[in-house]
Ligand binder design. Structure first.
Ligand code: AMP
Ligand code: ZN
Length: 664
């Protein structure tokens, strides 16, 4: 079979599996099998870059970062929903609907779960996703097309060819958020309070690669352009499902009496839904009736959202402890009598920070109300002041770190332990270093990390490489076999590439993607250490998407003697492989040609280099005698142009370069 045919076959198979997994929630292959297909596809694309199309499944990992936010004016205004909090409110809505229709017209209703995420509008045209926007102010939204393309449940192609405008909600399934938060906790990052925050934040991120790392889903609840094909909301949704688009359940009710029952059914079943539902939406089903009712300036008159009660419970605070994270931030946590909340037993709730404690005025012994309205981590939302025992003491954030006794510092609402060697911080850093997105050291969990630190065996991440099996076997709950496994896992992490190592160092502001960019700039850890401050500033600020905060953070990190010391120790221990340079293609339109790229182009330098390399060209950092072309962007320096003239190198612009590559 030709590579092209196999590519098409794999792409179709992968999209079909995406559909089964993300839309039907019924996968037919294991994750490993899926990964195998993806790897094969990547290998083919590596060899045949010409087969990489915008809708290839490999492109879902995200294209180039947006430099800024683009606003888009939409054709049809996106509205909000009127709210109902009681049966009476719903009754009012019913009356308004009946009186808004002709006397002979009997309204029909459809009841849907209210999805708790971020609203988007998506436009398909010619069978392809051409635009996605946030709600914004209703008329103007933010262009998030590249982000939505990373959402695997949204098909990149549909068979309907005409223009189709859809409204939907981007959200995160509960189980996916649990996994994401578990990763964030090991990574020493603040977990997301609820799926909505995680989804809403992600959908607007500037870098689609970051977006693709979030387990986002989309569910469509309305057809705007394209609705003329059907008579009613319920028919449109059924049609979307036929087109392979994710939709939610809906129940059509012909008589008003059925509406309350349908809402109760959703309320009853919602804990079994994979996503958070904070209410039910009642809509008039036939489009003809919808049009007859019209809208106010804010919302349609044919729909209303019935909000369920948030899940709350009352219990008693028995103590307040303070946890110290990787970055030294102190978080107060209420320890409470066990209470049932949203189907789980809860004994801890976060009090966030000193401000929140002051605001709530919580005392130990207080009766409090805890809430888990979508929030994964329950929080204390109220205190029954009247029930308070006389003389119960106030709680104040400690002045000394509970883990190491160092005097704390406060900036704004947050309180920090400034001691880098604080055991809680060291432990947090080790866990972050070992976490999946960094050095991926298996078998190194929380209890082991704590023991290693408290026994004085490990003071920083480099010390891990000095451990032997005997050290570990001597710890609690550690057999010889598991000690061996830990040592093996640590040893094999030496082979991780620089991007993972840099990520694992936990430089503030530098996540997985930024660490990779930094690694591609530096290639080796040695080089990073060798940079002078001005060199570092020049290199780092040249990286696409690195704002001043990120640059300063890297500079500060590299200036810090403690951090330098750890990097030196890692170097001595031979940790980290050089970042692989982009592989050189052996075939392509530009084999045997060499390019020097300078000035400001429409995409980042790194991408242009990758594009040229993929076409078979080699890259020169400066203009040399043997250079074939100088690609001169905006603001090209005179010296480069002079060099080119001197050696007779052809100077071209970006458009001409694209022509040579055969792309545009
Ligand atoms: P609100 O933001 O509270 O005014 O509620 C309006 C928003 O609810 C809409 O903009 C949608 O994003 C969202 N929504 C969630 N589920 C639905 C649904 N089934 N039908 C319509 N809107 C929904
Ligand atoms: Zn401390």
């Amino acid at each position: 079979m030709s590579s092209r045919a196999r590519h098409a076959e794999l792409a179709a198979a992968i999209e079909a599996h995406n559909y089964r997994y993300y839309v039907l929630d019924d996968p037919t292959v294991s994750d490993a099998e899926f990964d195998r297909l993806m790897l094969e596809l990547l290998a083919i694309e590596n060899e045949h870059p010409e087969l990489v199309t915008g809708d290839s499944p490999t492109q879902r990992v995200g294209g180039k970062a947006r430099a800024s936010v683009t606003k888009v004016r939409r054709e049809h205004r996106m509205m909000s929903l009127d709210n109902a909090y009681s049966a009476d409110d719903l009754e009012e809505f019913h009356k308004r609907v009946v009186s808004g229709l002709r006397e002979s017209d009997i309204p029909e209703f459809v009841i849907e779960p209210k999805l708790d995420g971020a609203s988007i509008e998506v436009i398909f045209d010619g069978g392809k996703l051409v635009q996605a926007t946030t709600r914004g102010d209703g008329v103007t939204g933010e262009d998030i097309t590249t982000n939505v393309r990373t959402i695997r449940g949204v098909p990149s192609r549909i068979r309907y060819q005409k223009k189709l405008t859809l409204r939907g909600e981007v959200l995160i399934y509960r189980k996916d958020l649990d996994a994401l938060n578990a990763d964030r906790l090991t990574a020493g990052l603040e977990p997301f309070a609820n799926p909505r925050n995680a989804a809403a934040g992600a959908v607007r991120m500037l870098d689609p690669r970051e977006v693709s790392a979030r387990p986002l889903r989309a569910i469509f609840y309305q057809v705007v352009e394209g609705s003329e094909l059907h008579k009613a909301q319920s028919e449109s949704l059924a049609w979307l499902a036929e087109l392979g688009l994710p939709t939610h359940r809906r129940e059509v009710v012909k008589l008003w009496d059925g509406v309350m029952a349908a809402i109760a059914a959703i309320d009853h079943a919602r804990t079994t839904y994979p996503f958070e539902t904070d209410g039910a939406v009642v809509k008039v089903n036939p489009y003809r009736q919808q049009h007859g009712l019209g809208e106010t300036s804010k919302f349609p008159k044919w729909a209303i959202a019935y909000k369920f009660q948030a899940e709350r419970a009352a219990t008693t605070v028995r103590g307040i402890i303070v946890q110290v994270g990787r970055t030294g931030v102190l978080t107060p946590v209420a320890m409470m009598d066990p209470v049932q909340l949203a189907g789980t037993t809860v004994t801890r709730a976060t009090l966030h920070n000193a401000d929140q404690i002051r605001l709530l005025d919580v005392h130990v012994g207080d009766r409090v109300v805890v809430q888990k309205a979508g929030e994964i981590i329950p929080q204390v939302v109220g205190v029954e002041q009247r029930a308070r025992a006389k003389g119960s003491p106030h709680f104040y954030m400690p002045e000394a770190c509970p883990e190491c006794g160092t005097h704390v510092m406060s900036d704004g609402a947050s309180t920090r332990c400034p001691n880098r060697l604080c055991p809680a911080q060291v432990c947090g850093r080790i866990l972050y270093y070992a976490s999946r997105q960094a050095m991926a050291i298996d078998h190194l969990g929380e209890s082991l990390a704590q023991q290693l630190v408290s026994q004085g065996l490990v003071h920083d991440v480099a010390d891990l490489y000095d451990l032997n099996a005997a050290h570990i076997a001597a710890l609690e709950r550690m057999g010889d076999k598991s000690a061996e496994n830990v040592i093996l896992a640590i040893a094999s992490s030496r082979q991780r590439t620089l991007d993972r190592l840099l990520c694992g160092l936990g430089i503030p502001q530098i996540g997985q993607v930024a660490a990779k960019q930094l690694a591609e700039e530096a290639i080796t850890l040695e080089a990073v250490l060798g940079w002078s401050e001005s060199e570092a500033r020049e290199k780092v600020s040249g990286i696409f998407g690195f704002g001043p905060k990120m640059v300063e953070s890297v500079i500060e990190f590299l200036k810090n003697e403690g951090e330098r010391n750890v990097i030196e120790k890692l170097l001595v221990r031979g940790v980290g492989r050089p970042q692989p340079r982009h592989a050189v293609a052996t075939e392509g339109p530009l084999v045997g040609k060499s390019f020097c790229v300078t000035g400001v182009l429409s995409r980042k330098r790194e991408e242009v280099h990758a594009l040229l390399r993929a076409a078979g060209a080699t890259i020169h950092d400066s203009v040399k005698k043997e250079t074939s072309y100088l690609v001169a962007g905006d603001k090209t320096g005179k010296s480069k142009l002079d060099q080119a003239k001197k050696y007779g190198v052809t100077v071209i612009d970006e458009v001409q370069m694209n022509g040579l590559v055969g792309s545009s």
